[in-house]
Design a protein around this ligand. Sequence first.
Ligand SMILES: CC(C)(COP(=O)(O)OP(=O)(O)OC[C@H]1O[C@@H](n2cnc3c(N)ncnc32)[C@H](O)[C@@H]1OP(=O)(O)O)[C@@H](O)C(=O)NCCC(=O)NCCS
Length: 152
Amino acid sequence: MAIRPPSGADALRLDGLVVQLGYPSRPGEIEARLARLLADPAQLVRVAAAEGAVVAWVHAAEQELFESGRRCEILGLVVDRTRRRGGVGRALVAEVERWAAARGLPEVSVRSNVVREESHPFYERLGYACAKTQHVYRKALPPGARSAGTVS
Ligand SMILES: CC(C)(COP(=O)(O)OP(=O)(O)OC[C@H]1O[C@@H](n2cnc3c(N)ncnc32)[C@H](O)[C@@H]1OP(=O)(O)O)[C@@H](O)C(=O)NCCC(=O)NCCS
């Protein structure tokens, strides 16, 4: 199994794996997101490929929180349903930890949805301790109130 940065050619396969995580996307959306993330050195996206086929991806990022400082957060991870329990998830998290350590970050954290039951024993097995549980609140902003680009 090889762990490598994704290429544009992986976009279709990645799209399928994103759907497995429960997030359908519109055509071209994953490719566009991937291009933006790969251009940002504070973001890490890696895929695991076996016999040339992408079987998993992970996305992590360096973050700086006003109250607690810098850390690495795993923002997404999925292993193809047919490839689970074979060490692929472990290998991708190890890659994130290497990247975070190389950037001098003191900690890796991950928020895991309570419904993703397989992920809880997985992270615990990898040495992660459950630090807290949270409610996540969201509010959609009306399209008319949004700018087309990013404004600082
Ligand atoms: C969670 C997930 C990424 C684990 O990937 P994986 O490749 O199956 O995990 P690994 O095979 O590398 O397992 C690593 C360790 O965790 C343990 N583990 C993995 N899944 C487990 C499960 N469902 N129950 C108990 N232990 C589990 C393994 O036994 C292994 O321990 P060992 O090496 O000491 O035997 C995968 O199940 C997945 O993609 N789930 C759906 C999406 C998801 O929940 N993503 C996480 C979002 S934060």
